[in-house]
Design a protein around this ligand. Structure first.
Ligand code: APR
Length: 320
């Protein structure tokens, strides 16, 4: 059977890392696409030349034409601009919305059967716009945010508890921004919920609150350190986990920015929720029970996403 075709739209920091990971994990053959001439070709060649050393079988090719993504099984979109220090993800909206239009049209024309994972920020609004511009079914277009935000939370918790990151599970809901909702009640060390660990004296509520806040600010912390761009290793790893869930029909339960219509009382919008990812794309949105505090935090986050969507509609009235 032919190897899956993975099209990476955007060959910048995240795109290059995605290509490297997809090759090392042998998820399929990679097309690295960018408007910048030479960048996708150079990165593809460089990564391909690591193949004999790493021992992977995958072809990598750079492209500047959407025709080259034809028939892709998975498209991962990072095209656009990242933020610089002092910018919020929302500051990117105007520029990246135009990029989503051209990317969506390219996917619509050349890869209409793909599973599409959007990474471009501001995430929840961009994935919504990309789904509209591409015209693909909503279950085949998702945003990567929750896996990354949960990954940041899990990392900080594993350091606090001095336990393996593998044993820390975490849940983060809502929009990919300052209002995201890390759910401590549903986050555990090997099944022991965080509130129990506070009671057991493993940490204090104050320290846990500080970790929650650091998770919310996780992207900005890295932007502040890098100064020239935003995080790329963890975002790429997170999207690869989602792509793998689709390609291998793993039925993973992962938090994604998915189209929610009915669950959480929402009427048709993209926001971060737990989903089952498998060969059908988003096969299910998991509607977990929230207490009043959690629901209030989620409502605030949903309002922030709605504000971004309204801003997109004001810029491009073709968006419904
Ligand atoms: N079509 C295709 N590629 C484009 C387009 C476009 N219309 N516009 C810009 N690009 C390309 C740029 O040429 C660049 O190579 O997108 C790439 C973006 O790469 P980086 O600037 O390195 O950004 P990166 O760190 O990869 O982040 C990309 O993901 O996490 C988000 O906020 C981040 O929105 C940003 C995106």
């Amino acid at each position: 059977m032919a190897r899956p075709k993975i099209a990476l739209i955007g060959a910048g920091q995240i795109g290059g890392t995605l290509a490297h990971l997809a090759a090392i994990k042998e998820l399929g053959d990679v097309i690295l696409f960018d408007i910048a001439e030479g960048t996708p070709q150079g990165k593809s060649l460089d990564i391909a030349q690591s193949g004999p050393v790493e021992g992977f079988d995958a072809t990598l090719r750079g492209a500047n034409s959407y025709e080259d993504i034809a028939g892709a099984d998975v498209c991962i979109v990072t095209a656009g601009v990242p933020r610089k220090p002092g910018m919020s993800r929302d500051d990117l909206l105007g520029i990246n919305l135009k990029v989503m239009k051209s990317v969506g049209e390219g996917i619509k024309q050349h890869a209409p059967n793909a599973f599409v994972i959007c990474i471009t920020n501001p995430l929840d609004a961009m994935v919504w716009a990309l789904q509209q511009f591409s015209g693909l079914p909503a279950n085949k277009v998702v945003g990567m945010a929750g896996v990354l935000d949960a990954g940041r939370f899990r990392h900080f918790l594993s350091v606090e508890f001095n336990v393996s990151m593998k044993d820390v599970t975490a849940f983060v809901l809502g929009g990919h921004g300052d209002t995201m909702v890390p759910l401590t009640r549903y986050s555990t060390v090997a099944g022991i919920p965080l509130p129990d660990l506070v009671q057991m004296g493993w940490t204090t509520q104050e320290k846990l609150d500080a970790i929650v806040q650091r998770t919310r600010d996780g992207g900005a912390e890295i932007v502040g350190l890098l100064k020239t761009g935003s995080a790329f290793y963890a975002p790429a790893a997170s999207a690869i986990e989602m792509a793998e869930a689709y390609l291998k029909d793993q039925k993973r339960l992962l938090p994604c920015a998915a189209y929610v219509d009915g669950a959480y009382g929402l009427k048709g919008m993209y926001v971060g929720v737990p989903t089952i990812l498998g060969a059908g794309g988003v096969e299910r949105v998991v509607d977990i029970k929230l207490n009043a505090d959690e629901q209030a935090m989620l409502d605030k986050s949903i309002d922030a996403v709605k504000g971004l969507v309204a801003a997109c509609k004001a810029i491009d009235p073709s968006l419904a």
